[in-house]
Each structure stands twice: as C-alpha cells, then as structure tokens.
Design a protein. Structure first.
Length: 87
C-alpha cells in the first residue's frame, strides 16, 4: 500500500498545475471582491479583507499560500514536581 507522499510524488501539496483555481489578492493589480465586487481592501501581513463585506483573501506574496511555509507543532508536557524528590 502506498503512502500519501508516494501518491503525490513526495509532496503533500500537489503541483501548481494540479491545484486548480485559487483566489488570491495580487499586489500590483485591481482586485475586485468575489463577495460584493467592490475594490477597497484592508491589507494585513497574510490576508486582505474587503472593506465592505469582510471577505478575506490570502495575499499572493504570502508564504502561507498553498503550503509555502512549514509549521511545526511541538507537544510540550507539563512539568510535574515530584514531592518525594530530594532537592
């Protein structure tokens, strides 16, 4: 049985040509909101939000679009003090 990585050619994110259409906010272009059609935006570090209806789009230049950044989660266990331990 093949793993998910083997099925996708060694990557969890499929190649750009196979991902399909992604709506993103592009910096040097007029961006019309897919929700209301207007073009006034509040721009953040990762997202652009329509000033009228609140629809949010990822920035094209953002590293988070389509798995561009690896995020690690480290599970930390609580520190338990042993009352019988010698100090």
């Amino acid at each position: 049985m093949a793993t998910v990585l083997e099925d996708r050619g060694g990557s969890l994110v499929p190649p750009r040509a196979q991902r399909g259409y992604h709506i993103v906010y592009r910096d040097q272009e007029t961006n019309h909101c897919p929700g209301c059609g207007r073009s006034h935006w509040h721009i953040g570090r990762l997202m652009a939000e329509c000033a009228f209806c609140g629809t949010a789009l990822p920035l094209e230049s953002s590293t988070h679009v389509a798995g561009g950044q690896i995020i690690r989660t480290v599970r930390r266990y609580p520190f338990v003090v042993d009352p019988h331990a010698v100090h």
